[in-house]
Ligand binder design. Structure first.
Ligand code: HMG
Length: 388
């Protein structure tokens, strides 16, 4: 039975900064950000956007394909959840009017949470072939003003509907995993800003990719020649490029050029949004599907997921006949183009405004209400959401 992704939705905040401007203000060479890191713009989430509002907005885009009778599982993969106990997916279920008869939960392992949810959804459908499962990967990547990680921040959500006979791509049951306790990146529960051993984290990402890729090749007998394109978790796009370059020497010159060309399509959205943590790999996948007109049904794609801490997983997917009819590239590009650019001074104010961990109760700033759902306030230490 073929199981995979039937639909994908994407939401990222309606505000962004130009990273060349950030470089100037921070006293860095803009080329370091756009070439060295590989990022052009960065999504800025106002205080009224969190993983719930962004996740609900992404779900809304694919809601027409959700069958209330068949939906059996709703999973939110996130590492910037809004409550230490309650699943953010329950707020999303209510905001979007999803059925109350599906299992609802939240899952966490850094950026790997989206893949963990996807694999759980895949296994769920394998056990219950008539059912659908909804996976939401949503995050706010936040390191702080004037930190080394600042240029690698971002925000947004990807929603994926998983079913048998999917209309986008089949997820193969061929995963190779490497999981090991390391201290490359973490976020203590009392803060909304992550801590990272930056350079070490990039080395570990590459090591985990190499281990997963080697295990994958050994188990499947496949190699680079069997893949049309490789997509990666993209904390920043240069990271994915470094991983790809590690394996390129395994291919001939023509194949190397081809893989680099496809990779370039896969990073278009990330270059403008930044790190989505759990959603990053799937933002890259969506960017590839919506921007690369040379893809065809039957093409095999390789996906590498990495979540600090750390878990790495490599698996493959195959495009199905008619997949291009399920995509919404023009709408996603239009939404990115319609965002409002913030000056660096305004971005810093918006950034400091988003301090939910410091206050029990607060109102969000209505000047920045945008998108289909907003968090209006936290009152009595409970979050108040609203559709707009
Ligand atoms: P940094 O110290 O500011 O940057 O930190 P750098 O000095 O290493 O420079 C970055 C690159 O720019 C280098 O290229 C420079 O040569 C180049 P590289 O050698 O790496 O190829 N460069 C220039 N290029 C052109 N023109 C110039 C110029 N100047 C320098 N003028 C770092 C960078 C990524 C470490 C930092 O931003 C950081 O700590 N980010 C957060 C951590 C992170 O993203 N880690 C990625 C791997 S871990 C992961 O993916 C998991 C994660 O998503 C979290 C999760 O799982 O939950 C993060």
């Amino acid at each position: 039975m073929d199981i995979g992704i039937d639909q994908m939705g994407l939401y990222s905040p309606d505000f962004y900064i130009d990273l060349r401007q950030l470089a100037e203000v921070r006293g860095d060479d803009p080329d370091k950000y756009t070439i060295g890191i590989g990022q052009d713009e960065q999504a800025v989430p106002p205080s009224s956007q969190d993983v719930v509002t962004m996740g609900a907005a992404a779900v809304q885009q694919i809601q027409a394909s959700i069958d209330a009778e068949r939906l059996g599982l709703i999973v939110l993969g996130t590492e910037s959840g809004v409550d230490a106990s309650k699943a953010g997916a329950l707020f999303i279920q209510k905001l979007t009017g999803l059925p109350q008869t599906a299992r609802v939960l939240e899952i966490k392992e850094a950026c790997y949470g989206g893949t963990a949810g996807l694999m759980m959804a895949r296994d769920y459908v394998a056990a219950h072939p008539t059912k659908q499962a909804l996976v939401i990967a949503a995050d706010i990547a936040r390191y702080g003003l004037n930190t080394a990680g600042e240029v690698t921040q971002g925000a947004g959500a990807v929603a994926m509907l998983v079913s048998a006979a999917p209309r986008l791509l089949v997820i193969n049951d061929d995963s190779a995993v490497h999981a090991e306790d390391i201290g490359d990146f973490w976020r203590p529960v009392y803060t909304n800003q992550a801590l990272a051993r930056g350079k070490y984290s990039t080395e570990q990402y590459l090591r985990f990719f190499q281990l997963a890729w080697a295990a994958y090749k050994k188990a499947t007998g496949l190699g680079l020649a069997d893949f049309k394109a490789l997509t990666f978790h993209l904390p920043y796009t240069k990271m994915g490029l470094k991983a790809l370059r590690q394996v390129l020497p395994e291919a001939d010159a023509a194949k190397q050029q081809d893989l680099l060309m496809h990779f370039d399509h896969s990073i278009q959205y990330s270059r403008r949004i930044g790190n989505l943590y759990t959603g990053s790999l799937y933002l890259g996948l969506l960017s590839l599907l919506e921007n690369d007109s040379s893809l065809a049904a039957g093409d095999r794609l390789g996906l590498f997921s990495y979540g600090s801490g750390a878990v790495g997983e490599f698996f493959s997917a195959v495009l199905v006949e008619g997949f291009e009819k399920q995509l919404h590239g023009a709408a996603h590009a239009g939404a990115l183009n319609a965002r409002r650019a913030l000056s660096i001074a305004e971005y810093e104010r918006v950034f400091q405004d988003a301090v939910p961990y410091a206050k029990a109760d607060y109102q969000t700033n209505p000047d920045y209400y945008a998108g289909p759902f907003v968090l209006t306030a936290v009152t009595g230490q409970e979050r108040q959401y609203q559709a707009r």
